[in-house]
Design a protein around this ligand. Structure first.
Ligand code: MG
Length: 379
């Protein structure tokens, strides 16, 4: 029986990982959540982990209701304890830059990390691999596109690979409107295929999520950016494809159910059965060129990857601030790529390192907060 530690247990990936744990009968060793005390308590009562972490401000609401034998820890140090708990797999599913330090801690401790925190690869890929190589840690991707590519690449030598193709659903604005300046938060959150957290859903609406995934694939699979393509595939059933030098293209197909890639990331190379209906193979599947004029964020991600060093960190930090401001209705939807472009233009050409990364993240946030304030509220 596998023993899991889950970073971000109350989020979308965390709760679906616990579904897989119910299917498979996994032992849950440790859970880390933020402020969702009620859900964390439900999870702790059901799975009886030896350790749970939560934000310090909800600790008093959590502590008295924990089952006997479950220890509570708080704050960043608490999350790190969960990340390095004695588990077979650590699921790294704390979104955004907050997921970086615990992911690094799990890798430094030599754990098998099932990686859902794409930012770890996007802003710190080389540093994460350095930790993994030093400790013998293993990384398997949870993101559906990367789980697809991982499967298509399995057992193939690097010199056979001509390129990677990531599919994008196109998000809620694939078919319009032509002018994205007036779209609302509710419209942007209405993703056609996937139920996900708010940040990644807005990133899907701008196509920036696919940009992050291009960078994630670049660092995860060590394939140059110019050999990574994006195609819009509104049906979201083909998740990724690998082009081989001999003209073959391998694709992975699966349902819109994150529990499938999650279980694969935990079990690979094994394929235990899942209690899901077989995917019906009917209808037509389309593959379209992304609309770079309406969705400029995708190319900005490529640009950041070409610049390398701290540029991806700048772009990622700016996006976290810009998306939060959009969700708070402080800026228009089409201001998001403008803020990203401004941050990228200001990105320093410094080399990547842990301290430089933290400083770059803070500076890009400061600049973008300032730019948001300068835009004024949308009419
Ligand atoms: Mg994805």
């Amino acid at each position: 029986m596998k023993r899991l530690a889950i970073l971000g247990s109350t989020g979308s990936i965390g709760t679906q990982t616990l579904d897989v744990a119910r299917w498979r009968g996994y032992r849950i060793e440790a859970l880390a959540a933020g402020r969702n005390a009620a859900l964390l308590l439900d999870q702790a009562r059901e799975f009886r982990p030896s350790l749970v972490a939560c934000a310090a401000e909800v600790a008093d609401a959590v502590r008295p209701h924990l089952p006997a034998g479950t220890r509570l820890v708080t704050g960043a140090a608490g999350v790190e304890e969960v990340a390095t708990a004695d588990a077979d797999v650590v699921v790294a599913a704390i979104p955004g830059i907050d997921g970086l330090a615990p992911t690094a801690a799990a890798l430094a401790a030599g754990r098998h990390v099932a990686l859902a925190n794409k930012e770890a690869m996007v802003v710190a890929g080389p540093l994460m691999w350095q930790l993994a190589r030093g400790s013998g840690a293993r990384i398997t991707p949870v993101d559906s596109e990367h789980a697809a590519l991982y499967q298509c690449l399995l057992g193939e030598p690097a010199e056979s690979v001509a390129g990677l193709v990531l599919t994008a659903s196109g998000g809620p604005f694939l078919d319009g409107p032509a002018d994205l300046s007036r779209v609302t938060v509710e419209q942007a959150l209405a993703h056609p295929n996937w139920a996900m957290g708010p940040k990644v859903t807005i990133d899907s609406a701008t196509l920036f999520n696919k940009g992050l995934e291009v960078l994630e694939a670049h660092f995860l699979f060590d394939v140059p950016l110019e050999r990574i393509e994006v195609v819009v595939h509104p049906q979201s059933l083909v998740h990724g494809l690998v082009r081989y030098v001999d003209g073959n293209v391998m694709a992975q197909v699966g349902p819109h159910d994150m529990r499938v890639p999650i279980q694969y990331a935990l079990e690979t190379p094994a394929r235990p059965p899942v209690p899901l209906e077989p995917l019906p193979l009917r209808g037509s599947w389309e593959f379209l060129e992304p609309d770079h004029a309406r969705f400029p964020s995708l190319r900005l991600a490529y640009r950041a990857g070409e610049l390398g060093g701290l540029a991806p960190a700048y772009l990622n930090a700016a996006d976290e601030v810009a998306v939060a401001a959009f969700l708070e209705r402080r800026i228009r939807f089409d201001a998001i790529p403008e803020l990203l472009a401004a941050a990228l233009a200001a990105a320093p050409r410094g080399a990547l390192g842990w301290e430089a990364l933290a400083a770059a993240d803070a500076e890009a946030r400061r600049l973008t907060h300032e730019a948001v304030a300068g835009l004024g509220r949308p009419a």
